[in-house]
Design a protein around this ligand. Structure first.
Ligand SMILES: N[C@@H](CCC(=O)N[C@@H](CS)C(=O)NCC(=O)O)C(=O)O
Length: 368
């Protein structure tokens, strides 16, 4: 019997889905909870210097989403086929879109009156935008009287036909959230229609788009929203998501670590519109000094741990992890990436893979 230990603070937070999953499957675990006073003395020894992590027989696994995926696959709770797994990924991504703005409202905004105002907008606009489609997805399975995914689940996402599937990727005219999916399709030689909406057209299109946001993908006319669910679907479909649970989990760890870089960087570069050029520069300096190094060093180590870092993140061929890495590093400053020799060399290896090189040579040049 493997021994499990969940390490986190004394709260629900990012550890609770992991604890609930272990409780649900009846797997005993040690529930380690650090106080905020204790944390500094444990931080350096924690993988990626953050919590939560799971220890399985003494081996530490970081990134809550990767841990949850690992357990779900281990206990058969991650869908019975690619369509079900994709639906699960869509639901998890919706829950993230639903909860992410709350951090900004309650942790970043210090003025209580402003908090109240932002929360009212959140309840009036964000909550229905995501809960409406979730209710619909639940009802699609046994009228909504069971769970999101069930034994009689008929895929609402994609139905396979015997002919070549027809792919369409819909986004704005930028790389952004759609680029990992476009690059994976290019890598496997699967043609796709590359639909790019202008921001000028967006207000009149928005109401008819799934979850009122871009990107989304169409496969044989069936819709897959949420970028991570999109590239997950493609990666599983074409065998680029790891050869076993260990490899798939390692890919998830890499993806989540890259998200820990991409999200705060994207916020500074694109979303915090109130920042002037000087403030932006200061924030970027702080990001590159304080936030990026632990994740970049963590990635360099993950790469080095596989074949000495001379190949790819997982196994012996390019996977979804390397493609996502390439896309995120396109927004990281070149001089910062140069500090990590193995990662820099991987960037080059991915760019030089023949199908990727052909795709990069012909894709539209856009600022983001
Ligand atoms: N979690 C979603 C986030 C998608 C998202 O934030 N999309 C933005 C563009 S990058 C959008 O559609 N913004 C336009 C709007 O909300 O009106 C994903 O990964 O696909």
């Amino acid at each position: 019997m493997p021994s499990y230990k969940v390490v986190y603070f004394n709260s629900r937070g990012r550890a609770e889905p992991i604890r609930l999953m272990l409780a649900h499957v009846g797997q005993k675990f040690e529930d380690v909870r650090y106080t905020h006073e204790e944390w500094p003395q444990h931080k350096a020894g924690a993988p990626l210097q953050q919590l939560p992590y799971l220890e399985v027989d003494g081996k530490a696994m970081p990134q809550s989403r990767a841990v949850l995926g690992f357990l779900a696959r281990e206990y058969g709770l991650n869908g019975a086929n690619n369509e079900e797994t994709t639906k699960i990924d869509i639901i998890i991504a919706i829950m993230e879109d639903l909860t992410q703005p709350l951090a900004k409202i309650f942790f970043q905004e210090k003025d209580p009156a402003k908090q109240k105002e932002l929360f009212a907008v959140y309840q009036a606009e964000t909550v229905p935008k995501f809960l409406g489609p979730l209710e619909h997805m639940l009802k699609e399975n046994k009228g909504g009287d069971g769970y999101f995914i069930g034994s009689k689940f008929v895929s609402a996402v994609v139905k396979h036909s015997s002919k070549m599937p027809c792919y369409k990727v819909v986004h704005f005219n930028g790389r952004g959230y759609a680029e990992p999916t476009r690059m994976l399709l290019a890598l496997v030689g699967q043609e796709f229609e590359d639909v790019r909406h202008s921001t000028a057209d967006w207000p009149k299109l928005k109401a008819d788009v799934p979850l009122q946001q871009l990107p989304y993908m169409e496969v044989d006319g069936k819709i897959i929203p949420q970028s991570r669910a999109m590239h997950g679907f493609v990666a599983r479909e074409f065998g680029l998501n790891g050869a076993n649970n260990e490899e798939t989990t390692q890919i998830d760890v890499v993806l989540s670590t890259l998200e820990d870089i991409r999200v705060p960087l994207g916020r500074i570069l694109y979303y915090e519109k109130e920042l002037d050029e000087i403030q932006k520069k200061e924030k970027l300096k702080e990001f590159y000094e304080k936030t990026a190094p632990k994740y970049m060093a963590g990635l360099e180590k993950m790469l080095t741990d596989n074949n000495g870092g001379h190949g790819f993140f997982v196994g012996s061929k390019i996977s979804r992890a390397d493609i996502f890495f390439y896309v995120v590093m396109e927004t990281v400053e070149e001089d910062e990436l140069k500090k990590y020799p193995k990662l820099s060399a991987l960037m080059k290896r991915v760019a030089e893979a023949p199908k990727i090189a052909a795709y990069l040579a012909k894709r539209p040049q856009t600022p983001w």
